[in-house]
Design a binder for this molecule. Structure first.
Ligand code: FES
Length: 77
């Protein structure tokens, strides 16, 4: 790996938003979803982008960052 790739891995991507939280996760209740839960990546590290694959955990550990996915939850009728 190049030094640019290593440096990019070690940098936090969230400079100031809700830094007191261990992981920033937001949820939206949506009535018309086929699955009960869908997680969308907000860390730009997912191998299945735009869906979250849990790669934010490694990123947060390596950088001290606190990013997490956007969760879309199917609203119960
Ligand atoms: Fe990016 Fe989970 S992999 S938020």
């Amino acid at each position: 790996r190049s030094w640019v790739a290593v440096r990019a891995e070690a940098q936090a991507i969230n400079p100031e938003i809700r830094k007191t939280e261990e992981k920033v996760v937001d949820s939206v209740m949506v009535a018309e979803l086929s699955k009960p839960l869908t997680a969308y990546c907000r860390c730009w590290r997912s191998g299945t982008f735009p869906l979250c694959d849990g790669s934010h955990v490694k990123h947060n550990k390596a950088t001290g960052d606190n990013v997490g996915p956007l969760l879309l939850k199917k609203q119960k009728e």
